[in-house]
Design a protein around this ligand. Structure first.
Ligand code: MG
Length: 376
């Protein structure tokens, strides 16, 4: 481990866990968090949850698992450049999507709509719910009992209404404070990861083309560089060489700009980081503009493409009809969920659906709604 800066999160000064535990032997508190996340059931399910493309549509596309690994890799690189705690960034990155529903954003939006009268559904809050409550592995507590710092990083957004229910981890949404720099790094590493791998997956799927992407400044700049160096390069390698340069330039830009921001604010400790008005981790203004252009391009040309819309529409129907069926008869759910539903039916149904992988949700849908012969 490199030298930790004064403004980094120091594990021995952690604000602690909800349930007191003896300090770990031979590893620090944030490593223990990371290790618990990797061993969780929710983490393994990420392999079969969609990012943009539904899991069974191709083995080469990103899933939430590979996405989370990429976020951790990018985040650790930035953390090392800035003297931040790499293990904490990694723990946050690996946990940040644990609460995602099947079928990506389409699934989350539909579940939120289903839960409108019952407190709504936010995937960030659900990630926290998974690590605080839903994982059942330890004798002495529900959830994974993670440190405050990891939980703070997982809860990227939160409505004031929900923040009031959450104790210390909700406070910054009410007091307008910032999270640790490690949390800020994980957040932007997420953005770098999905913009770049969505370009790659989008091209691989044929939904977007190189010609279209040549209109996007950040892509065009790096594409021209690669073409200049290797005029004869085949298209797969051309894309890869371009994307790796984009990721590298984003990581370098964020490291440089954030180092300047930190130097100007000169926080003497993590408490000073938490009380700054604006995040200190960020892109330079010109890179911010380019990132925005790329995001808009992806929104228009990939996320709203009719082939993606078709998948989303199917996904929404599955979520909506599963929700209605379980609400009407909770006894269609497995035994342990039936028990939990007695205390809070809508939230239990939402937890059950949110935990499903893409293929499990599809299977459940068939089991419930198809009259032809189905395996149990
Ligand atoms: Mg993510």
């Amino acid at each position: 481990m490199h030298d930790l800066a004064v403004y980094a999160a120091h594990p021995e000064q952690s604000r602690g866990r909800q349930h007191q535990e003896a300090p770990p032997q031979g590893r620090n508190e944030f490593q223990r968090d990371r290790d618990r996340i990797i061993h969780s059931t929710a983490f393994r399910r990420l392999e079969y949850k969609t990012q943009v493309f539904v899991n069974h549509e191709g083995d080469l596309f990103r899933t939430r698992l590979t996405h989370s690994l990429e976020v951790a890799q990018i985040g650790r690189g930035i953390a090392r450049n800035l003297g931040l705690h790499e293990d904490l960034v990694e723990a946050i990155a690996l946990a940040h999507d644990l609460g995602h529903t099947p079928f990506g954003h389409a699934g989350q939006d539909e579940l939120n709509a289903c839960m409108k009268e019952h407190g709504g559904f936010e995937h960030n809050l659900q990630s926290l719910r998974v690590v605080d409550l839903l994982e059942q592995r330890y004798a002495e507590f529900d959830g994974l009992n993670l440190t405050f710092e990891t939980r703070e990083g997982i809860l990227k957004h939160c409505s004031p209404q929900n923040a009031r229910q959450l104790g210390i981890v909700g406070e910054r949404f009410l007091d307008k404070g910032q999270p640790s720099l490690e949390a800020q790094v994980a957040n932007l590493a997420d953005e770098i990861a999905y913009n770049n791998h969505d370009v790659d997956d989008g091209l691989r799927s044929g939904i977007i083309t190189l010609e279209q992407l040549a209109q996007v400044a950040i892509f065009a700049r790096h594409l021209d560089e690669v073409k200049g160096l290797y005029p004869e390069l085949g298209s797969r390698r051309l894309v890869h060489e371009t994307v790796r340069r984009m990721i590298n330039s984003l990581v370098r830009d964020i490291s440089r700009q954030s180092a300047d921001n930190i130097a100007a604010a000169a926080p003497g400790a993590i408490a000073a980081v938490r009380s700054t008005q604006l995040p200190l981790i960020g892109f330079s203004p010109s890179m911010q503009q380019e990132q925005l252009q790329l995001k808009q391009f992806l929104r228009t040309n990939l996320y709203r493409h009719y082939l993606v819309n078709r998948m989303s529409s199917k996904a929404q129907r599955i979520i909506r009809e599963l929700f209605a069926a379980f609400m009407q008869d909770p006894n269609l759910m497995p035994e342990d969920f039936q028990q939990l539903a007695k205390a809070d039916k809508p939230r239990t149904v939402a937890d059950y659906i949110a935990g499903m992988t893409d293929r499990y949700a599809i299977r459940e849908y068939r089991r419930l709604f198809t009259v032809e012969e189905q395996p149990l």
